[in-house]
Design a protein around this ligand. Structure first.
Ligand SMILES: *Cc1c(COP(=O)(O)O)cnc(C)c1O
Length: 474
């Protein structure tokens, strides 16, 4: 009884804090978070000598952290590529914490293993990946890229008779890596961790939307005499553009090559009949990365890696110990497919989100975000100062502002972004796109509405207009 009361009261109070936060999320300013020093003072102080009451700790945490909590999960956060959390996914994530299952192996948690197996089957079917690709649930697309490229390294070196996991890279026969000028930074981060060298990559030029140019790829690989990896991308973080995957697959066909597709957010296009053509050819990929915490709108952290050669996948990341009790054949040990051993049972929130949305719900969420991105582009483009730099093919919009008083568009664009961030109606970040400063808009949240887009577009245009108080700020 005492234990029951202890949980009950603590969880009731926590639930109250959580609901208060979530219900206020869409009205919360999406501005710059509090200053580091001030937050340190609010939340910090010395480690208490004696422990404090758990209810008090939770209440103090909720209150003191509040100014430092950014409304990234809310409907008007358009920075980076940021999803929110579907209510059902948050609920499943709570259960995941409560159950405290180790996602490591079958005997630790049969349910965690089965949830991941079901998510694998559902996603393979929905994305139309065909065959029996193996899948691991990682902390995000970075580790998914890492895992995929580790599998690629294994498979290509196995072709030339080298066991890289046993003998390392020091005296290994060479392999090459081909990426594009626009490959995501995490591809290079993965290569640097895998000993394949960030700067040894052959970088293929892209077109004006950031798509890998197939003619340039053909030329680049014509002279390669070793096995090689090609890193293609479904969804450029700036423009949302897709590399021509079918053509790329055609170019490497018959070569000793591994085609990896980083579809962190772009692969979700495959869930919609309207957008599927963008990823045509992805079924030919040797490995594929996709995020859960971006467009599937599950809580951090969640990413998926799919690998066609399951033996290479397993060989690259698995490990063994005398006490592991591996599950044979029919079952699943999650540790065979990710670099981690003990970890969060990430399959549960993904399972809940997929099941609650269903195929139609997922397609609808993806299509809605794309429509809203186009709506944002249209709302902004009515202002002659605004230039939309990309073809809005997905959920990303790149915007640049010309200075009405004739100043530098780069500086003015940065100034508008600063004003928008201070204004707090919505949040957007900046980027450098082909030498030009630009504002980057990503619509990836399940809860964003047309009204959110309209009020945000109006706020952005207000920030680009001559500022009433600009001169009187003396
Ligand atoms: C976001 C992103 C990544 C990195 O994903 P994380 O989930 O942050 O690790 C990799 N590639 C692309 C294309 C992305 O958009």
């Amino acid at each position: 009884m005492a234990l029951e009361r202890r949980y009950q009261e603590l969880f009731d109070k926590t639930l109250h804090a959580a609901s208060t936060f979530l219900c206020g999320l869409s009205n919360r300013p999406v501005g710059i978070p509090a200053d580091f020093q001030k937050l340190l003072e609010r939340m910090g102080g010395p480690l208490p000598q004696e422990g404090e009451d758990p209810i008090r700790v939770i209440q103090c945490l909720a209150a003191s952290a509040d100014p430092g909590i950014v409304a990234t999960a809310g409907p008007r956060y358009f920075g980076f590529v940021t999803g929110g959390s579907l209510p059902v996914a948050v609920a499943a994530d709570w259960l995941t914490s409560v159950w405290d299952q180790n996602g490591f192996n079958y005997v630790h948690s049969p349910a965690a293993a089965v949830a991941e197996e079901i998510v694998r089957r559902w996603l393979i079917e929905m994305f139309g990946l065909g065959g029996e690709m193996s899948m691991g649930i990682t902390s995000g697309a970075t580790m998914a890229n890492f895992t995929a490229l580790a599998a690629a390294r294994h498979a290509l070196l196995r072709l030339v008779g080298w066991d890289v996991e046993a003998h390392g890279l020091v005296q290994a026969p060479p392999i090459r890596v081909v990426a594009s000028e626009e490959s995501h930074a995490t591809i290079f981060a993965a290569l640097q961790m895998l000993g394949l060298g960030r700067d040894r990559v052959l970088r293929v030029p892209t077109d004006d939307q950031g798509r890998m140019r197939p003619d340039a790829l053909r030329t680049a690989v014509a002279n390669i005499s070793t096995p090689f990896i090609v890193c293609a991308q479904a969804g450029n973080v700036a423009t949302g553009a897709f590399d021509p995957i079918a053509e790329i697959a055609e170019i490497v066909r018959g070569r000793p090559a591994w085609l990896h597709v980083d579809g962190a957010f772009g692969l979700w296009a495959a869930a919609s009949t309207r957008y599927r053509d963008l990823v045509a050819g992805v079924e030919h990929a040797s490995s594929i990365t996709v995020d859960g915490h971006k467009w599937l709108n599950v809580p951090y952290d969640c990413g998926f890696v799919f690998v066609r050669d399951r033996l290479a996948h397993q060989a690259a990341v698995t490990l063994t110990a005398p006490y592991y009790c591996p599950e044979q054949e029919a079952g699943r040990d999650n540790y065979n497919w990710v670099p981690e051993t003990s970890r969060r049972a990430r399959g549960f929130p993904a399972y809940a989100a997929l099941r609650a949305l269903g195929r139609n719900g997922i397609a609808e969420m993806i299509e809605r975000c794309c429509l809203l991105a186009r709506r944002m582009a249209c709302r902004l483009a009515v202002d002659p100062k605004v230039q939309v730099l990309n073809e809005v093919v997905l959920n990303q919009v790149l915007v640049r502002f010309s200075d009405p008083s004739g100043g530098s568009a780069d500086e003015f664009t940065d100034e508008v972004i600063r004003r928008v961030q201070r204004d707090g109606t919505c949040w957007l970040g900046s980027t450098l796109w082909h030498g030009k400063r630009a504002m980057r808009v990503s619509v990836s949240n399940w809860s964003t509405t047309e009204a959110d887009i309209d009020v945000s577009a109006a706020a952005i245009l207000r920030c680009a207009a001559p500022q009433k108080n600009a001169a009187s700020g003396l």
